[in-house]
Design a protein around this ligand. Structure first.
Ligand SMILES: [Zn+2]
Length: 141
């Protein structure tokens, strides 16, 4: 089952509707089987806005939240850019590479960055290897 918030284009009523699947929803929509419970209009569609934002009493507030989010986003991206320019990417081999630097004193011109599980980070820390964790935003996102 899938729940969609629907909005009526005629009376602007929003309501939740359950469908067996997104496919079923498309089928019903194409056959014009969907209608507004309030005014019976068939001009209803999926409301693409997140319910959380719709319930927000003041629009200004969500706008501010958005700005804050964008600002943080920008900061993280700047940080990512700095890391990309100054560190070597080792992908999922991070824990392995970090150890090889630590134990073999393997010489590298750059620091490294990559991904590791929280378990790996914990183990590295116990071995006295200093790591930093930062939130990472994928480029295509
Ligand atoms: Zn309606």
């Amino acid at each position: 089952m899938i729940k969609y918030q629907m909005i009526c284009k005629k009376c602007e009523t929003t309501f939740d509707s359950w469908f067996a699947s997104s496919l079923e929803y498309e089928k019903l929509r194409k056959k014009n089987f969907l209608n507004c419970y309030n005014c019976n209009s068939k001009k209803i569609e999926k409301n693409l806005m997140a319910p959380k934002l719709l319930n927000n009493p003041s629009k200004g507030e969500s706008k501010r939240e958005n700005l804050k989010f964008l600002k943080i986003n920008k900061k993280i991206k700047e940080y990512q850019k700095f890391i990309k320019n100054n560190f070597e990417y080792v992908g999922k081999n991070f824990a392995y590479e970090a150890r090889s630097i630590h134990y073999n004193e393997k010489k590298r011109n750059k620091g490294i960055y990559g991904s590791a599980s929280s378990e790996e980070i914990k183990n590295l820390k116990e071995e006295g290897i200093d790591t930093r964790t930062i939130p990472w935003i994928k480029d295509n996102n």
